[in-house]
Design a protein around this ligand. Structure first.
Ligand code: ADP
Ligand code: MG
Length: 265
């Protein structure tokens, strides 16, 4: 069974898309089969994976509206070795059109049920908003990964996000867990970043990833070449950090699986 991870934070520019694309590429490096689902009408993850978003014939929009099966829309990764359910501006219409549909929050979950078996991981990139698209991503997921930029307002939106997650856990998806909080664009020389980082570890010790993603220019450059950083500059600090994240994620999963086995034995 695929492990489905939604990457969400309603703040824009915190590193959701960067994390989605580069974590996908890192998991591929570790020998995993990965599907990246782009649920942001901006289509940044699509472009960052080497796909021309204006050329795609079928996208996440058609899948959510039930006009097409996911496998008809999924494109095998051009640059990172992972598959992509692409998105573009069409998806904006889904936000409105879905509101009239039955079970509008379950659309992505149902679609992924038909195709996720082929993958070890499905990573979902969310728009910068707590809208119906993000809710679909939370309903479909096993876990949610929250990238956080360690700056003054970083924690402000977190409560709203955690409340949305609680709402989904109470209703549509009882098994949703917080996969982890990830510090992104981290600069250890910056006092504020260290303070916010410490606050996070005090409040969310168990959930906070030990891996920290540094501010690294290679991470910012790679998408303009349509490449994950693993392919663009494999030796960069950014690439190494995302490899470390993939390893930490898999290690945590193994620990959890072992614990569950021991408890049920
Ligand atoms: P989001 O998807 O949350 O809006 P992005 O992943 O698109 O955020 O990141 C916002 C901007 O910051 C992009 O231009 C991206 O290239 C850049 N960026 C993201 N992470 C890093 C990093 N660790 N170091 C340097 N630049 C980064
Ligand atoms: Mg984004």
């Amino acid at each position: 069974m695929a492990r489905i991870i939604t990457i969400a934070n309603q703040k824009g520019g915190v590193g959701k898309t960067t994390t989605c694309v580069n974590l996908a590429a890192s998991l591929v490096f570790n020998g995993k089969q990965v599907l990246l689902v782009d649920l942001d009408p901006q289509g940044n993850a699509t472009v960052g994976s080497g796909i021309d978003k204006d050329e795609v014939e079928k996208s996440a929009y058609e899948v959510l509206m039930d006009y097409t099966a996911p496998n008809e829309a999924i494109i095998y990764g051009k640059s990172g070795g992972f598959s992509v359910l692409p998105a573009n501006g069409d998806l904006t219409a889904a936000e409105v059109q879905l509101l009239e549909k039955k079970e509008r929050e379950q659309r992505l979950k149902r679609a992924l049920n038909t195709c996720s078996r082929s993958y070890d991981y499905v990573l979902i990139d969310c728009p910068p908003s707590l809208n119906i698209l993000t809710v679909n991503a939370l309903v479909a997921a096993d876990g949610v990964l929250i990238p956080i930029q360690c700056e003054y307002f970083a924690l402000e939106g977190l409560t709203a996000l955690l409340n949305t997650i609680k709402g989904v856990q109470a209703n549509a998806n009882k098994s949703l867990v917080i996969e982890g909080l990830l510090r992104t664009m981290y600069d250890a020389r910056n006092n504020l970043a260290t303070q916010v980082g410490e606050q996070l570890s005090n409040h969310f010790e168990a959930e906070l990833y030990k891996t920290v993603i540094p501010r690294n220019v290679r991470l910012a450059e790679a998408p303009s070449h349509g490449l994950p950083v693993q392919v663009y500059d494999r030796a960069s600090r950014g690439a190494l950090a995302y490899m470390a994240l993939a390893t930490e994620m898999e290690r945590r999963k193994r620990t959890k699986d072992t614990r569950q086995k021991t408890e049920s034995a």
